[in-house]
Ligand binder design. Structure first.
Ligand SMILES: Cc1ncc(COP(=O)(O)O)c(C=O)c1O
Length: 347
C-alpha cells in the first residue's frame, strides 16, 4: 500500500492508484560529508524511469475508474511525458495520441520520438506550441465519451497527489534512517505538479524541509501565466481543498506557498546554460549519474549552489529517466510518422 493511503485510509476510496511505478525509489548520499543526497526518481520503472511514471500511477487509476478508451496528450517533440504516457497506454491496452510542438532537436528528442512510435502512439505534429494547444483544447474527440485529455507534462490533480504520496515515501525513508531530514529539496519545474505535490506533501507529512522549485519552462505563454508562483499555488490549493474534504477532521494548516526560482532558466526551454552543463559533467564524473540539459541539469546547478550555502543536508530530486534505451516494449501496431517528424529523425 502506498504510504499516503497507509496514513490516510479514507483517501483509498477517492484517489484510485494503479501502483504502476517501482516504489519506493532509492535514496543515496552524494559524497561522504552528508551534505548532498539524491532521490532516484530516475528509476521509477524497470524500463523507463522519471517523474511522469510516478504521476501516471494515479492517472492510470483514473483511466481504470472511468473506463477510458483513448488518451490524448500534448508536448514538445521530445516529450518525456508523452513517452511515459505511451508506455502506460501500451501496458493498459489503451490507444494513445500525442500532439507535438517544436523544440530544439537533440539526441534525446530523437530517441523519445522514436520510442513513442515504437510504443504504438499516434504522433500528430502541430508546429508551434500555440497551434498545438489550440488543437488540444478544440480537439473533436472531446465530444466523444471515454476520451481522457491529459495536459502536457502529465499535469493534473491526480499527478499532484502522486507527489504528495512521494513526500510520505521520503518521510518513511527518513524515519527508517536512510537519510537525515533535508533542510531543502531541489526539483525542476515545468508543468508544476511535482513541485506542487512535494510542497503540500512535505507539510502534510510533518517535514520542515523547504522544497525549492527551479523553473525550466517559460513563465508565460504570450500573456498567459504558465509557470509562476501563482500557477503552482493554484495546483497546491486545488489539492489542499480536496484533502481538506476527504481527510477526517480536515487539514490543520492553510495551503502552503511554493518557492520557485527563475535564476537557472537561461535563454529558453531546452536550451542549456553553462551552469547546467557543468552540473551535468560533475554528476557524471563524480557520481556516475546521467542528467540532461532541459530539466535535471538546470536543477542540479541550483542544487550545487544550495548545498554549498546550506546549513544542513540538501536533497536533489532526480526526475529524469536513467534507464537505458532499448528495453521498451514494441507495440503490435505502429503508426507511420508524418513527413515533418520523419525529417526530424533523419536530420
Ligand atoms: C525529466 C523531467 N523533469 C522534470 C519535469 C518537470 O516536472 P513537472 O512537469 O511536474 O513540473 C519534467 C516534465 O516536464 C521532466 O520531463
Amino acid at each position: 500500500m502506498r504510504p499516503l493511503f497507509a496514513r490516510y485510509p479514507s483517501l483509498t476510496d477517492v484517489l484510485p492508484c494503479a501502483e504502476f511505478a517501482d516504489l519506493p525509489t532509492p535514496v543515496a548520499a552524494l559524497g561522504n560529508d552528508g551534505r548532498g543526497w539524491i532521490k532516484r526518481d530516475d528509476l521509477t520503472h524497470p524500463v523507463y524511469g522519471g517523474n511522469k511514471i510516478r504521476k501516471l500511477e494515479f492517472i492510470i487509476g483514473e483511466w481504470r475508474q472511468q473506463q477510458v478508451r483513448e488518451v490524448i496528450t500534448f508536448g514538445a517533440t521530445g516529450t518525456n511525458a508523452g513517452l511515459a504516457t505511451a508506455l502506460a497506454c501500451q501496458q493498459e491496452g489503451i490507444p494513445c495520441r500525442v500532439l507535438l510542438f517544436d523544440q530544439p532537436v537533440s539526441a534525446t528528442v530523437r530517441a523519445n520520438l522514436q520510442a513513442m512510435q515504437q510504443l504504438g502512439a499516434r504522433l500528430d505534429y502541430c508546429g508551434s506550441l500555440f497551434q498545438t494547444a489550440l488543437r488540444y483544447y478544440l480537439h473533436p474527440l472531446r465530444l466523444q465519451r471515454g476520451r481522457y485529455f491529459l495536459f502536457a507534462g502529465c499535469a493534473n490533480p491526480a499527478a499532484t497527489f502522486a507527489y504528495v504520496n512521494a513526500a510520505f515515501e521520503l518521510k518513511a525513508q527518513i524515519d527508517d534512517g536512510v537519510l537525515p531530514e533535508p533542510v531543502e529539496i531541489v526539483v525542476p519545474v515545468g508543468s508544476s505538479s511535482t513541485l506542487a505535490g512535494l510542497t503540500l506533501g512535505c507539510r502534510l507529512a510533518g517535514l520542515k524541509t523547504a522544497v525549492i522549485g527551479v523553473r525550466v519552462a517559460p513563465s508565460h505563454l504570450g500573456l498567459i501565466p504558465a509557470c509562476t508562483p501563482a500557477t503552482v499555488f493554484s495546483q497546491i490549493r486545488t489539492a489542499h481543498a480536496f484533502l481538506n474534504r476527504h481527510i477526517h477532521g480536515g487539514l490543520s494548516f492553510p495551503a502552503p506557498r511554493p518557492i520557485l526560482l527563475d535564476d537557472y532558466y537561461g535563454p529558453g526551454y531546452g536550451e542549456s546554460t553553462p551552469e547546467a552543463l557543468s552540473a551535468i559533467g560533475l554528476f557524471a564524473e563524480q557520481h556516475g549519474i546521467k542528467l540532461e540539459q532541459t530539466y535535471s541539469g538546470k536543477a542540479a546547478a541550483c542544487f550545487i549552489d544550495r548545498m554549498r550555502n546550506s546549513a544542513g543536508p540538501v536533497l536533489f530530486w532526480n526526475t529524469f529517466n536513467s534507464r537505458p534505451a532499448g528495453n521498451l516494449p514494441t507495440a503490435a501496431v505502429r503508426y507511420p510518422l508524418s513527413p515533418p517528424l520523419a525529417r526530424l529523425l533523419d536530420a
